[in-house]
Design a protein around this ligand. Sequence first.
Ligand code: MN
Length: 191
Amino acid sequence: MNNLEEYKNKRDFKKTKEPKATIKKKKQKSLIYVIQKHNASNLHYDLRLELNGVLKSWAIPKGPSTDPSQKKLALPTEDHPIDYANFEGIIPEGEYGAGSVIVWDTGTYRNLKDDISLEKSLEKGKLEIFIEGKKLKGAYVLLKTGKKSDKNQRWLFIKMKDKYADARRNPVKSEPRSVISNKNIEDLEKD
Ligand code: MN
């Protein structure tokens, strides 16, 4: 279910400049993919995928990989509004997620399966998608692990084998800057 209640409840929009909680259906068919680098109490990467008017979200503590042998832990977080995809800035001290955010990668994604919808795939805990970002490209899988009854869901974000897979590349290290402002996290914090 898409729900921005949790997003709204966690934030004080008088204090943070983050986008308000609005569900927004777009006219274009292409679906937004974005990864934000978020230097909160722990540095992490927020993967967000547009679905039915919101951004489904996962926090990837160590960031994504282009190497199919690397299984990256991805912890589901609350749905975010579509407008969040362009958000860069500083979430003030004392607010939820306090710290700086840059748009580390952005583009579009699509379902790789034609026999199962994205909604159903999410429910089942296995999402196979094709990402067309500026840094990440090609097939990826998001896989729910552990028992169904587990409260704290853990997912894995894994590059699938294709021509874009590259074990030698490490964009988290070699390409730290924002794809929209060319700033890095440290620049934001200095401003
Ligand atoms: Mn975050």
